[in-house]
Ligand binder design. Structure first.
Ligand code: LRH
Ligand code: MN
Ligand code: MN
Length: 429
């Protein structure tokens, strides 16, 4: 039995209070979907089986280059972070896995595993960090890591990644995500070909250390911290990496890491078609890598990404992308943002399941652009909230998770136990 931070009685009482209205909404939606030849329970079951991992680094208040404004009860370390992640899982039943970042979350793997087990949590992909310097490391990453011109710096970065695999293997993770900030700020500063050659060489050393049942995800990002060139800047380079490394190597798509107006759903389709889609970092953005809450700016784009995933699932494509959130919460309670993001991600999935794919395919064949677009819009316009709530309710989660969280007083409680976090001057991710 998992250790619970929110009282089960509170969740049950809140659900009881909301039950009559919820049942009536669910029935009304069910009746509507019958007219579209859709069985609501089949959709609810699929939604209940869909999970997304939360990032350990997302439960602390983030910041910008300029400042960080911590909230009350900020997690003091990875064990508090796991407690917060357990709350999100308990209320949503959508987030049973946590993605760790090393060295931020470094701790005895036995303790990590025991704490996670006690809270009914598992671990998704491990993340390495060679984009900042750890306090006692010998070589700086100021001028790069896996692609650094100096072999000793590359070796140090390779060893760090191998250590992440070792920690991950001890706690039940099955993948390593590698994002590097390597790049240059001035034309001429770096030789593109040589830097990429060095990166590939380093990555193939890490690849060799992967256990048989592991995958490695390379994550591309167009700019930041490097502002002129980035070694792993787009999905084309990312695809070349995955192809070069071998069958355990896949591309990770972080929704905030593309050039403005990039057709991300099409990138997703291409990677699926060529069997190199490894997974996602879900978030949303208006300008750059904003790390805003999933679905908060462009929910239609999130839906279109899921439309590609469901389309591939429907065609029987054998692929297993890792679904993870990567967000930075600056002005909200991070637990609330992650609860709401997990719901938004499930919402996009549920809406994508409602697309009449037979009709859509016929419209495409007939070149009926308007009706094809309408087939997507019809699914997207459907208010699937009763399905999401029912999926949560059936697995002992909350019908209204944010309201129940607020009522639980969890934040105030941990606020008393955890010392106030000091406001920062920036430089925090
Ligand atoms: C880089 C990134 C990457 C890091 C995380 C903290 O922008 O998306 O995934 O590991 O942020
Ligand atoms: Mn990311
Ligand atoms: Mn990012």
């Amino acid at each position: 039995m998992a250790e619970l931070h929110i009282s089960g009685e509170l969740i049950a009482a809140e659900n009881d209070r909301l039950l009559a209205a919820h049942k009536s909404d669910y029935e009304a939606l069910g009746a509507h979907l019958v007219r579209r030849n859709i069985d609501i329970d089949a959709i609810t079951n699929k939604v209940a089986d869909f999970f997304v991992a939360v990032p350990s680094w997302g439960v602390g208040t983030g910041g910008t280059r300029f400042a960080r404004f911590p909230g009350i009860g900020e997690p003091r370390g990875i064990f508090d972070k796991l407690d917060d992640c357990a709350v999100i899982q308990q209320l949503t039943r959508t987030t049973p896995y946590v993605s760790l970042h090393i060295p931020w979350d470094k701790a005895d793997p036995k303790h990590l595993k025991a704490h996670a087990d006690a809270h009914g949590l598992g671990f998704d992909a491990m993340n390495s960090n060679t984009f900042s310097d750890a306090p006692d490391q010998a070589h700086s990453y100021k001028y790069g890591s896996l692609s650094h011109a100096n072999a000793s710096t590359r070796t140090q970065a390779i060893e760090h990644n191998i250590e992440c695999i070792e920690i991950g293997a001890a706690i039940g993770s099955k993948a390593l995500t590698v994002w590097v900030g390597d790049g240059s700020n001035f034309p001429g500063q770096s030789n593109f070909a040589k830097a990429f050659e060095r990166y590939l060489g380093s990555m193939s050393e890490i690849y060799k250390a992967l256990p048989d049942d592991w995958r490695i995800f390379s994550e591309h990002k167009m700019y930041e911290p490097a502002f002129y060139s980035t070694v792993v800047q787009d999905w084309g380079t990312n695809y070349l990496i995955a192809q070069t490394l071998g069958p355990k190597a896949y591309c990770l798509v972080d929704l905030g890491h593309h050039a403005p107006n990039t057709n991300i759903e099409m990138v997703v389709s291409r990677l699926i078609q060529f069997k190199k889609l490894g997974g996602f970092h879900f978030n949303d953005s208006k300008y750059g890598d904003d790390d805003l809450d999933a679905g908060s700016i462009d929910p239609y784009r999130l839906f279109l990404v899921f439309n590609e995933l469901v389309d591939a699932e429907d065609r029987g494509v054998d692929f297993h992308p890792a679904h993870m959130i990567d967000q930075s919460h600056n002005v909200t309670d991070p637990i609330e943002s992650l609860i709401s993001s997990a719901n938004e991600i499930r919402r996009a999935y549920a809406q994508a399941l409602l697309v009449d794919r037979k009709a859509l395919s016929a419209y495409q064949d007939e070149n009926d652009a308007l009706m094809a677009s309408d087939a997507l819009k019809r699914a997207y316009r459907t208010d699937v909230e009763p399905i999401l709530a029912e999926a949560r309710r059936r697995s002992a989660g909350a019908i209204d998770p944010v309201a129940t969280y607020r009522k639980s007083g969890y934040r105030e409680r941990v606020g008393k136990e955890r010392p106030a976090s000091v406001a920062g001057g920036g430089g925090i991710i």
